[in-house]
Design a protein around this ligand. Sequence first.
Ligand code: 48C
Length: 284
Amino acid sequence: MLYEKPETFRPQRADVLTVTPWLAPIIWDGSFNRNILNAQFHQIEVRVGLTVFAIKKYVMFLQKFIETAEQFFMVGHKVNYYVFTDRVGEIPNFTLAEGRRLVVLEVPAYKRWQDVTMRRMEMIRDFSVKKFVGEVDYLACVDVDMVFLDEVGVEILSNVFGALHPGFFEKQRREFTYERRPRSSAYIPYEKGDFYYAGGYFGGVIEEVVKLTNYCHHAMMADKAQNMEALWHDESYLNKYFLSYKPTKILSPEYIWNNYYGSPAVVKTKRFLGVDKDYQKVRF
Ligand code: 48C
């Protein structure tokens, strides 16, 4: 394989931070060579799981999610789509490329949408231990009301990774919508915090995903026991986790974008985009 020599005095991106103070890479377009990475991950025959929850009305997002994932997510590698749903009969039939399969996991639907989103942590933890650990090497855990528009490949893989929230990557820490009530398990004071991570995108090796989801679930249950629920639900608990247990890789907002935030030049490609939806129609 031939490629340009990496140049000591020519950083790949001069406009954005591409490594954190704890030496975790921040993945921006132009800062990596996917051909080299694909060769590395093909060598180890990597197996990647993608978890997605399609509970109640959100089953409507699955068609486009899977169709576009087939075009852009880990193309050429082994992928298991793990679809958690209460509506098994409503999951469309998909013809998937070689080495890829879709596994439907029936789970109960919570009444409140806050509980639906928060209980994902508990469910991902439980299925990781009893199923995923034997089937895949890495997991990516994402929202379903999304579509893939560009390549999302093995460049995202690391021991434990998160993604910069598109609404906060240009902001200061005191502007982050962390949970600010000291009584909550998700509490982060104004003088702390590295980044604001999106709740709809995290992952890593199974062992690390189990630690992350278990921590977040227990933190939620501790708040629930004192009748509290963090400001942004699972996203608040995820941000608390990543403050103490820092991600080993961080994905730029290219990996979880929403057009509500326009098209800043620094975001050269919107790889994974939130689907505009009428919340009234889907949040019963
Ligand atoms: O599957 C559902 N059904 C619901 O009724 C509410 C939430 N969800 C899951 O939680 C979906 O996977 C959503 O993507 C996720 C919560 N995230 C969102 O609703 C927006 N992306 C913020």
